[in-house]
Design a protein around this ligand. Structure first.
Ligand SMILES: Cc1cc2nc3c(=O)[nH]c(=O)nc-3n(C[C@H](O)[C@H](O)[C@H](O)COP(=O)(O)O)c2cc1C
Length: 323
């Protein structure tokens, strides 16, 4: 009974620390740098402009008030405008003007402000990157279905770390993961030093029996400052999880073996991990992924032994509404 009570108290204590961390680092907190908060805010608000342009029937001159407030944000004294939000905003506003060319202008004052902003950003050499892009609907692709069905976790790897250029290609694909309002709060830390990997896996605790055989380790985090307000307190784990999944699928696509590793750790262990991995206090850890190429000295037929990990029946997972 006492042990159970202690466990329950521990939950409360961890939640208290979680709450403090979120309160201190979230985007409404005055303790976070203004430029960073405005950067995320710009991306989130700009994305609503992008989305508005691709609705089935965009309402002409939608969101003028919102655009006006985004422009005001850019003029706040003393903020540093980061390249990504800046490029995204320019692209979205240029697309907005282009789309509205054929419509009579109901609020010339605001539209002129947008035109002036776009002109000046173009003149100062900002390369636009947001807006609207044309693409093709996905096709029914049997090879892709087989590929997705074939993924698995491996706990055996070749000793050589993954080459950096391969890691970069993998992360470029991981970045295609969706994120809320395109804020892209996820980050991935990449390690290949045996010593650091061992000390990180020691704290992780779920890789006993194969931790000394991990040539490359990824640690995925999410930036708390990308999120704001009570309702968003858990959302960093949603985006971080989606990013991690796409990272693992990207590895699978490049023939890289990998194993997700939980970071179900206390706040104090998380802090120790962040110290070793040099991760800012404003980020929360999501998970680790061990990775490496298939062992060259392994089975000649190229057969790998992996845990079967059977799946539950579809009826246990899929519930289709009758209406
Ligand atoms: C978030 C997460 C954490 C995991 N943590 C560990 C871990 O610490 N150690 C481990 O050996 N496997 C870990 N796994 C791997 C699971 O055991 C594995 O994904 C599951 O059994 C399904 O098998 P499959 O990945 O081969 O399809 C983890 C998986 C996920 C999604």
């Amino acid at each position: 009974m006492v042990r159970r009570l202690i466990k329950l108290m521990q939950i409360l204590l961890e939640y208290l620390q979680d709450s403090w961390r979120f309160t201190y680092y979230n985007s409404h907190s005055p303790f976070q740098p203004r430029s960073k908060r405005i950067g995320y805010h710009t991306v989130i608000e700009t994305h609503t402009v992008e989305k508005g342009l691709v609705l089935p029937k965009p309402r002409p001159f939608f969101g003028l008030e919102k655009i006006s407030s985004i422009l005001k944000m850019q003029q706040i004294k003393g903020i540093e405008r980061a390249p990504f939000p800046r490029r995204m905003l320019l692209g979205a506003l240029a697309a907005y003007l282009e789309w509205h060319k054929k419509y009579p202008n109901p609020q010339p004052e605001i539209v002129e402000k947008i035109e002036k902003f776009v002109r000046e950003e173009n003149l100062s050499g900002v390369v636009a990157s947001g807006g609207v892009r044309n693409t093709c609907p996905p096709i029914n692709n049997l090879a892709a279905q087989e590929f997705l069905m074939s993924r698995f976790s491996s706990r055996v790897f070749d000793a050589e770390p993954l080459p950096t250029n391969l890691v970069e290609q993998i992360v470029l694909i991981a970045q295609q993961a969706p994120s809320q309002c395109n804020r892209q709060s996820s980050k991935v830390y990449h390690f290949f030093s045996k010593e650091i990997i061992m000390s990180l896996l020691d704290l992780q605790g779920g890789s006993k029996g194969f931790s000394d055989n991990v040539p490359t380790l990824f640690l995925i985090t999410s930036d708390i400052t990308a999120w704001g307000g009570a309702q968003q307190r858990h959302q960093l784990y949603v985006d971080g999880g989606l990013f991690s999944m796409q990272l693992m699928l990207a590895m699978h696509a490049f023939g890289v073996l990998n194993c997700p590793l939980n970071l179900a750790v206390s706040n104090s262990t998380e802090s120790a991990i962040k110290r070793i991995a040099n991760i800012p206090a404003s980020e929360r850890v999501i998970m680790m992924v061990a990775a490496g190429l298939p062992s060259r000295s392994g089975n000649e037929k190229g057969i790998l032994s992996v845990a079967a990990s059977p799946r539950r029946s579809l009826e246990e997972v899929l519930f289709t509404s009758r209406n």
